[in-house]
Design a binder for this molecule. Structure first.
Ligand code: 5GP
Length: 115
């Protein structure tokens, strides 16, 4: 069994992190290094899927729940509009291999980050 991911350790309260939403299957935390006024990570509780490609193939309903929670975050913490970014693989910027979507909101004009 490999070590729990950094996100699982936050969920379990082992390391600090602000959990904004927790459902049966999904949780959402503020990113430690925000790239927009609102930058939240939406994460399935299971570590079974490394990236969104695996998640979409393995559990489409869980992916749909991730998207629904992303929208909820945008409504509750920004103006309801949001970018949802999944990095897939190290060369695409992925550093944590426990699938997560980046929810970016309240983005200032001409400041769409490309990370
Ligand atoms: P990735 O690069 O895999 O798409 O995204 C990983 C994200 O996790 C990064 O945006 C990074 O800032 C965030 N992150 C890494 N370590 C921590 C942490 O300990 N706490 C929180 N809240 N976010 C983290």
């Amino acid at each position: 069994m490999s070590e729990p991911s950094i996100f699982t350790r936050i969920l379990q309260g082992e390391i600090p992190g602000e959990i904004l939403i927790e459902t049966e299957n999904v949780f959402a935390i503020r990113d430690i290094n925000p790239q927009a006024p609102l930058h939240v990570l939406v994460i399935p509780k299971t570590e079974q899927y490394r990236d969104v490609t695996e998640l979409a193939a393995g559990d489409p309903a869980l992916l749909a729940e991730v998207v629904a929670v992303a929208k909820r975050i945008a409504v509750e913490h920004a103006n309801g509009e949001y970018r949802l970014i999944f990095n897939n693989g190290p060369s695409a910027g992925q550093s944590v291999f426990h699938v997560h979507g980046h929810v970016l909101g309240d983005i200032e004009e001409n400041k769409l980050v490309g990370f």
